[in-house]
Design a protein around this ligand. Structure first.
Ligand code: IMP
Length: 430
């Protein structure tokens, strides 16, 4: 049975939650492998809107197991609230459907505090989600991190928190002139999460390999998007993990050969939340129309998202970096309102025209998009019964995007509901 990675190809918020939810029906196990509660996946089931930050979106399918991999930085407070919320909504039964890697790292209260203090002080802000992601990954890399396995042992946990607080409090008090953390408060807060979480903790490597031996299918759920990748994104305006498909192997504990197919996910236009260059951004009324029609407000922070036209230059590169086989084109219906639709096909800096994004941020922030203009379809497509049913201009738009980015559109989404999705190429049924 194939194993599939689904990844965002832009700056996050592409609609991965919906795609994972739909593809989960064909997968036995869904695995998160990087990021943390900075992600916000919105899923609409019937009339209910569910927002998940840490829990893999597959949890809404009764027969799917969910794994939070070692590459995730885990905020116990968020997970605790999500488990309680899902149970209250009748979505999660205590039936062994969730496994948390013993080796994932904990987000601690001082990570969130330092994330905020650092942002406040910066002249050139990143616009982080404030969830402590950067400081937690820093601790992992500097080998000061606290892992879930440490958290389960009360004594080990206490010692590690005490050691960490010495340095963190020094920085918080002396450098930022803010209130220090008290060991007792941190321990008491985290003690309250242990009982609920410990029943889910296990060995993700062993579990995933056994699942593959049994012929089960895995779906790896990416968070954020290619241009927020710490290496390949618009650094320093990025998150602190590798968000590309290649990270699925390390963050889940499987070999790269276990990945059979990469499903890219992108919007029919572009959005970005937080700071950083965004060549096709629309500052005026068109951008506002996109934001309104697309409900473009962050699922995690509620911040308005910056909106702009589809950028085939960054998409082409995303496809290459991720090894994408086909894309899921999301929110096509948001473009119903536009008489004319632009697609960025090249960048221009001065007199020079570029087919690839420049390497430096300085150049990326001054590039001007070179657009191709297409006629819009000016009719609602949310109730189209099939891809065949879409207006001619919508089909032309899709075809042109395929030509520009070099891979087919395998899934088309024309609204938030599960049934407004057309699967032309199912990665699990090839
Ligand atoms: P951090 O991941 O909270 O450190 O934020 C770093 C950058 O990534 C900021 O620009 C955030 O807005 C952005 N970011 C992080 N997670 C997401 C996401 O899930 N969707 C969109 N942007 C995100």
């Amino acid at each position: 049975m194939p194993n599939v990675v689904a990844v965002g190809l832009q700056w996050g918020d592409e609609g991965k939650g919906k795609i994972i939810d739909i593809l989960s029906e064909f997968a036995d196990v869904v695995v998160r492998y990087q990021g943390g509660a900075n992600a916000g996946h919105t899923i609409v089931v019937g009339d209910e809107k569910i927002v998940l930050h840490l829990m893999p979106s597959g949890i809404l399918h009764e027969n799917t197991c969910c794994v939070i991999g070692n590459g995730v930085v885990l905020d116990p407070a968020t997970l605790d609230a999500e488990i309680r919320g899902l149970k209250a909504g009748g979505h999660m039964l205590d039936d062994g459907r969730l496994l948390i890697s013993a080796r994932s790292h904990l987000i601690m209260p001082y990570h969130k505090k330092l994330d905020g203090l650092r942002e406040n002080e910066k002249k050139q802000k990143i616009g982080t989600t404030g969830r402590g992601i950067g400081p937690a990954y820093e601790d992992r890399a500097s080998r000061m991190g606290i892992r879930v396995i440490d958290f389960l042992d009360k004594r080990v946990f206490r010692e590690k928190v005490r050691d960490n607080l010495k340095l963190k409090n020094f920085i918080i008090q002396r450098y930022y002139k803010d209130e220090p953390f008290r060991l007792r408060d941190v321990i008491n807060e985290y003690d309250a999460y242990r009982d609920l979480l410990k029943r889910y903790v296990g060995d993700n490597v062993q579990f995933l390999h056994k699942s593959m031996e049994e012929g089960k299918s895995l779906l790896f759920e990416g968070a954020q998007g290619a241009y927020l990748d710490v290496d390949h994104g618009t650094y320093p305006f990025v998150t602190s993990s590798n968000t590309l498909a290649g990270a699925a192997a390390c963050g889940a504990g499987v070999g790269p050969g276990a990945i059979d197919y990469v499903q890219g996910v992108c919007k029919a236009y572009t959005t970005r939340v937080g700071e950083g260059p965004f060549p096709t951004e629309l500052a005026g009324a068109e951008g506002e129309l996109m934001r309104d029609k697309g409900g473009e407000y962050g699922a995690t922070t509620g911040r308005p998202r910056r909106c702009g036209w589809f950028d085939a230059v960054i998409l082409r590169r995303s496809v290459i970096m991720n090894g994408v086989k086909a894309i899921a084109l999301m929110k096509l219906d948001v473009l119903d309102a536009f008489e004319r639709i632009d697609v960025c096909v090249r960048y221009r800096i001065g007199r020079k025209v570029y087919a690839d994004p420049p390497l430096g941020m300085k150049d990326l922030s001054v590039c001007e998009p070179v657009y191709e203009s297409m006629d819009g379809w000016r009719e609602p497509i949310g109730n189209a019964a099939s891809a065949e049913d879409l207006p001619v201009n919508a089909k032309r738009y899709i075809k042109r995007l395929e030509e520009l980015i070099g891979v087919p559109v395998g899934i088309i989404s024309t609204g938030p509901r599960r049934d407004s999705t057309f699967i032309l190429q199912n990665p699990f049924q090839r």
